[in-house]
Design a protein around this ligand. Structure first.
Ligand code: SAM
Length: 274
C-alpha cells in the first residue's frame, strides 16, 4: 500500500509526495514536526503540515536567501539568522570567511536537534565554532537586542503559529535596532503565486521602514506555486556592486541569476507597484 504526504496550498491545489518511510513524527511545545524519506525529494522536514525543506531542493532556497546579501555587503563579519532551525541558511552564510560571528535564534530546540539527527547535509554548520545557537523567540530576541549585525536573515516558517508575529510591521521596526548602519536584511517573503496577498501586505507594511527594498524571485519545486519571493531591505543597497566571489560551488545561484533575479513577471510586479 502506497503512503502519500499531501499539503494543500489552496482549497483546490497543493503538493503530493510519495513517502518511503517516516523517520519522526511528534509535537514540540510549538508545532507538529514530521520528517520522512520521500521517493523523489530525499528527506523532508514538515512543520505543522507544511513542507519546510527537502534534501533535494533546499539548496535553491538557502543559496538564494544568503548569497546575494553576503556578496554585496562591504564586510559581513557578523550575521543574525532568525528561524532557520534546519541549519541550511547558516551553512550557506558561513561559507564566507569574512563571517567572524553568526547567531541563530530558533524558537524550537527540537527542530535543531532533529535536523542534526536526520538532515546531516543541511545542518552541517552546527559544527562551525563561529555559530552561536540561541533557543528563543525571535520576537523577544530582537526586542532586547543589545548587539548590531551586518546581515540579518529572516528564515522563518509561514505566517502561522510561532512565526505569525514575524510578519508584522513592529517586528521589522524592531529589527532596525539589531542592524548596523550599512546593514542588510535578507528575508524570505512567501509565494508570489499562492500567497500574493501576504507578500503585498508585508511589502506595504515595511515599505516606509526601509529606504531600499529589493524583491527577487526563485523557483522552488516543493514550495507553494513552485515560485518564491525574497526581499533585501536596508538604508542603501547596491545590488550590482558585488564585493566578492561565490565561495566554492553553488547549484542554483550564480552571477547571471544575481543580475536577473529582480525581473518580476507581469502578474506580480504591478501588484507590488500599487
Ligand atoms: N529553512 C527552511 C527552508 O528551507 O525553507 C524553512 C525555514 S525554517 C525550518 C523555519 C524555522 O522558523 C522553524 O524551525 C521554526 O521553528 C522557526 N520559527 C518559527 N517562529 C519563530 C520565532 N518566533 N522565533 C524563532 N524561530 C521561529
Amino acid at each position: 500500500m502506497n503512503l502519500w504526504f499531501s499539503e494543500l496550498h489552496t482549497k483546490g491545489s497543493g503538493l503530493v509526495l510519495k513517502v518511503k518511510k517516516y523517520l519522526y513524527s511528534g509535537n514540540s511545545p510549538y508545532q507538529k514536526i514530521d520528517i520522512f524519506e520521500s521517493e523523489d525529494y530525499g528527506k523532508v522536514l514538515v512543520l505543522d503540515g507544511l513542507v519546510m525543506t527537502t534534501e533535494r531542493d533546499e539548496f535553491i532556497y538557502h543559496e538564494m536567501l544568503t548569497h546575494p546579501a553576503m556578496r554585496i555587503h562591504p564586510n559581513p563579519q557578523s550575521i543574525l539568522i532568525i528561524g532557520g532551525g534546519d541549519g541550511g541558511t547558516a551553512r550557506e552564510a558561513l561559507r564566507y570567511s569574512e563571517v567572524k560571528r553568526a547567531v541563530l535564534v530558533e524558537i524550537d530546540e527540537m527542530v535543531v536537534e532533529l535536523s542534526k539527527k536526520y538532515l546531516g547535509e543541511i545542518s552541517s554548520a552546527y559544527n562551525d565554532p563561529r555559530l552561536e545557537v540561541v533557543i528563543r523567540d525571535g520576537i523577544e530576541f530582537v526586542k532586547n537586542c543589545n548587539e548590531r549585525f551586518d546581515v540579518i536573515f529572516l528564515d522563518t516558517s509561514d505566517p502561522v503559529g510561532p512565526a505569525e508575529a514575524l510578519y508584522r510591521k513592529d517586528f521589522y521596526q524592531s529589527l532596525k535596532k539589531c542592524l548596523k548602519k550599512n546593514g542588510i536584511i535578507s528575508a524570505q517573503t512567501e509565494s508570489p503565486w499562492v500567497q500574493k496577498e501576504t507578500v503585498k501586505k508585508l511589502y506595504r507594511e515595511i515599505k516606509d521602514i526601509f529606504n531600499d527594498k529589493i524583491i527577487y524571485l526563485a523557483h522552488i519545486p516543493t514550495y507553494p506555486g513552485g515560485i518564491w519571493s525574497f526581499m533585501l531591505l536596508g538604508e542603501k543597497i547596491e545590488l550590482y556592486d558585488i564585493k566578492r566571489p561565490i565561495p566554492g560551488k553553488t547549484k542554483y545561484y550564480n552571477d547571471e541569476i544575481h543580475r536577473s533575479m529582480t525581473a518580476l513577471p507581469e502578474y506580480f510586479k504591478h501588484e507590488i507597484a500599487e
